[in-house]
Design a protein around this ligand. Structure first.
Ligand code: ZN
Length: 192
């Protein structure tokens, strides 16, 4: 899905797979302790506002584990014969391969999951620029502002806030992913 240029800046080379690889490289490049630079157990680094209790690397390791578990669970629920991906880096290709004949709603959820992960991996690696090109689901303007502490994308359009009792609307990455994949799907259906 979605491997053309779109208004959200997604290109053939920007995918959940690439973002996961980058995050993994980033993670390994910021060693906490230990010769391998990715000890999960020894504490170090610094806490972040997103997860104040966790040192940085632990949070990234946790994020990678959670993401992989999520996609594996979704795939195996749809296809109990899927087995397991050989490498973490293969998880999205593996998921697509083993759900390619699944019902449409399963494939839709897989695409939303993969797209959300692409956003999450980027944000976790410190690149929140992936959020900005999305349109606010309420007012449809571009220019969402990522708030790390709330883990939400905030619409900075004043007219949008006016219609919401003066409070800026904010969205989860899951909601933005859902909007994006649904829109791509309807564009594809229009084109055929
Ligand atoms: Zn808005």
């Amino acid at each position: 899905m979605g491997h053309g240029n779109t208004d959200t800046g997604e290109t053939a080379t920007d995918s959940a797979t690439r973002r996961l690889a980058e995050l993994h490289a980033y993670f390994r490049g910021h060693p906490v302790n230990g010769p391998e630079g990715h000890s999960y157990t020894r504490l170090g680094g610094h806490a972040t506002s997103a997860s104040p209790g966790l040192p940085y690397n632990e949070r990234v390791a946790d994020h990678i584990r959670t993401s992989v578990t999520e996609i594996v669970t979704h795939t195996r629920t749809a296809n109990p014969d899927a087995g397991l991906p050989e490498r973490i880096a293969d998880v999205y290709d593996w998921a697509r391969e083993h759900t390619q004949h699944a019902p449409e709603d399963v494939q839709f959820r897989r695409d939303v999951l993969e797209y959300r992960h692409r956003l999450e991996h980027a944000v976790q690696a410190g690149d929140a620029s992936v959020v900005r090109p999305h349109r606010c689901p309420a007012c449809r303007t571009v220019g969402l502002h990522w708030q790390t502490d709330r883990q939400r994308a905030v619409c900075v359009n004043l007219h949008c806030a006016k219609g919401n009792n003066g409070i800026s609307r904010s969205w989860t990455l899951g909601r933005l992913a859902l909007e994006h994949v649904a829109r791509e799907k309807s564009l594809r259906e229009c084109a055929t």
